[in-house]
Design a binder for this molecule. Sequence first.
Ligand SMILES: Cc1ncc(COP(=O)(O)O)c(C=O)c1O
Length: 377
Amino acid sequence: MKIDSPRITSFQPPARTLMGPGPSDVSSRVLAAMARPTIGHLDPTFVGMMDELKSLLRYAFQTDNELTFPVSAPGSVGMETCFVNLVSPGDKVVVCINGVFGQRMAENVRRCGGVPVIVEDPWGAPVDPAKVEEAFAANPDAALFAFVHAETSTGALSDAATLAAIARRYGALTIMDCVTSLGGVPVLLDEWGIDAAYSGSQKCLSCTPGLSPVSFSAAAVERIRARKTPCPSWFQDLGLVLGYWSGAKRTYHHTAPVNPLFGLHESLVMLAEEGLENAWIRHHNNHLRLRAGLEGMGLKFVVREDARLPQLNTVWVPEGVDEAAVRGRLLNEFGIEIGAGLGALAGRVWRIGLMGHSSRPANIVLFLAALESVLRS
Ligand SMILES: Cc1ncc(COP(=O)(O)O)c(C=O)c1O
C-alpha cells in the first residue's frame, strides 16, 4: 500500500445558533427522522413516503400542480431544472436582477442558449413592476419571465402577484425563485399564476441543505413536452425524472437521497402541524422583535420597510466598525452565525436570518445581547 491510513477520527460539529442567510437551525425532530434506518429507494414503503412528500409540498407551495417534487440536489439545481427544461435556444426571457440570484438566473438563460432581456433594480430594492411592464412592451415576443421572490443577497421581497400578472398579460410563463420565501412569507403559486417555482430545504423549511422542492404548472409541462430540442441536462430532464417521482410504476432514474428525504418529510409535517399562516405570522412577529432591538442600538435597515423580508434582516454596518471582526467574535465567543454582504454589499452589511426553526424569541434575545456586548467592546 502506498497511502497510509490518515489519523482522522469522527467529526463533531460545534454547537451553533444559525442566524445567517441559511442553512437555518434544524430541529431535533428532523435530525431524528434522518437517523432512521435507510431503506431502498424503490421500496414500496419509501414510494408511499414520496407521495406524501409531494402532497406536503403542494400544501407549502399552495398549488394543485401534479408536477411537484423535491429535486435531489441544492436550490441551485432546482434553479437549473427550471431553466434547462423551459428555455430552448433562441427563447427570449425577461429576467429581473436586484441581487446575486437574479444574476444567476440570467446566466442560466445564456447557458441554455436563450436571450435574456435584463430588468435591473438597485441592490436592496424590490423588482419594479413598471420596469417589467416596459421590458415586455419592448419585447412582446418574450416567452418567459423570471424573478427572485426573496433576494437573499439583500433581504428584499418583490410583489410576485403583480409581476406574474404582467407576464401573463403578455402570454409569457413565469419562473419564480422562492428559495428563501417558502414557509417564511406567503407563497401562493396557483393564486399568483406562477408556472415554475424552485425552493431550498435549508431556509424556512429548516431541513438540512441539499434538496430543492420544485413545482410546474400544466402550461409549463405543455411547454416542456413541446420542446423541439432535447433538454440539455440528462439528470434534470423532467421527462426522465418523472418516471421515478410519479405514475403507478416507478422506475430507476437515480438513487434518491433516502435519509435527507425523511428529514424533508418531517420538516414539512412540522410546517403542516403549525399551519402555514401561523408560520408566516411567527416569522413576522420575530422580525418585529429583532427590529426593535437592532433599531434600539442605532442600526439601520438596508431595505425599505414595505419590502423587507422578515426572515432575512439586512442592516448597514455602523461607521468605523470592522464587520468581519464582529461576525468572527459572534461566532467564536457566542456560537452565533450571521451572514456577510455579497457582491455590491460586501463588507458593508450584516445579514441576520430568522428562518424556520431559527425564528425563535430565544435566538433573538441571545443575538441582541451578544451583538451589544461585541459592539460595546
Ligand atoms: C434566492 C436563492 N436562490 C438560490 C439559492 C441557491 O441555493 P443553494 O445554495 O441551496 O444551491 C439560494 C441560496 O442561498 C438563494 O438564497
